[in-house]
Design a protein around this ligand. Structure first.
Ligand code: PLP
Length: 293
């Protein structure tokens, strides 16, 4: 049996799932999304993801397409129909997208349109600790996004272009840099450094970055283990001279960064704090996080 998608009230074969050509997501990127990790049938950090979905919808004045309880039910059904709901099903990721709806093309909000909800789920490769510990490289690029990256909008063209530049440069991620030379975040992850005296630093979650759910979980795990965290800006030069660096994200987990623009970080090897954070986060996910079954 193949994959199944949910499209506005119907479960349909993934290969033939489609939306209307005048869906405002298609014409204006007028919508929001979430990606939630699945482990052994559990949705990792489901509630914070749904809280953030609510904040994104509110910010754009898009209605919830259904009640939160109904949405949680559909999520479970999509996971079940894609055979990711039981133990030993392996890891996966659920994608959900809400657009403002279908209406004749006109920039202003339509007088009446119902939000359109789409959900998919897919299997992900199992976590490979050895590969993760080898670390990744990042390049730095100007942050050319709009001024509200805190809203998880489906308007991702600058992220797409920056990620493509990173891939073509052989890098895992691009770190985006604001006009003052300070790192904001990655194209699909939050950026962190570790200072020489062991402080974890990541940009404050103001309007200039997405307030990552993995970022918040890693912050909590780090604090529980007595690590110090500074939520502040850091420049590219500070990152290149840092003791360690890493990224966090739903599909990245914790990924040590060992090279920034061809400058080795921490001697080009995973550092001790990144290593511990990676292990704590892997343990958190593998025990189901705070997700409900
Ligand atoms: N920043 C951006 C721009 C993202 O797109 C993402 C995730 O896709 C993140 C950060 C990490 O957020 P989360 O940990 O909630 O996946």
């Amino acid at each position: 049996m193949g994959r199944v998608a949910y499209v506005n009230g119907r479960y349909v074969p993934h290969g033939s799932a489609s939306v209307h050509i005048e869906d405002r997501g298609y014409q204006f990127a007028d919508g929001v999304y979430e990606v939630i990790a699945i482990q052994d049938g559990r949705l990792i950090d489901e509630e914070p993801h749904l809280d953030r979905l609510g904040r994104s919808l509110d910010a754009l004045a898009i209605r919830w397409p259904m009640s939160r309880a109904a949405l949680r039910h559909v999520l479970r059904e999509v996971i079940r129909r894609n055979r990711l709901s039981g133990r030993r099903c392996g890891p996966g990721a659920a994608y959900l997208q809400v657009t403002r709806g279908i209406a004749a093309r006109n920039h202003a909000f339509p007088a009446s349109a119902d939000p359109v909800l789409v959900m998919t789920a897919r299997a992900m490769p199992p976590f490979d600790p050895e590969a993760a510990r080898r670390g990744v490289s990042v390049i730095t690029l100007p942050d050319e996004r709009w001024r509200r990256p805190d809203i998880k909008s489906i308007s991702l063209l600058p992220n797409v272009l920056a990620k493509q530049t990173a891939v073509e440069a052989g890098a895992y991620e691009a770190w985006l840099v604001d006009d003052a030379g300070q790192v904001t975040e990655g194209t699909a992850s939050n950026a962190w450094i570790v200072t020489a005296d062991g402080e974890l630093v990541t940009r404050e979650a103001d309007r200039s970055i997405l307030s990552g759910i993995t970022r918040a979980t890693v912050m909590r795990l780090a604090r529980e283990h007595g690590l110090r965290i500074g939520e502040r800006r850091f420049a590219v030069a500070e990152a290149k001279a840092a003791a360690e660096a890493f990224v966090t994200g739903t599909t990245s987990w914790v990924k040590p960064v060992v090279r920034i623009d061809d400058v080795p970080v921490g001697g080009g090897r995973i550092g001790p704090l990144s290593d511990r954070l990676l292990a704590w986060y892997a343990g958190y996910v593998e025990t189901g996080g705070r997700g409900a079954a």
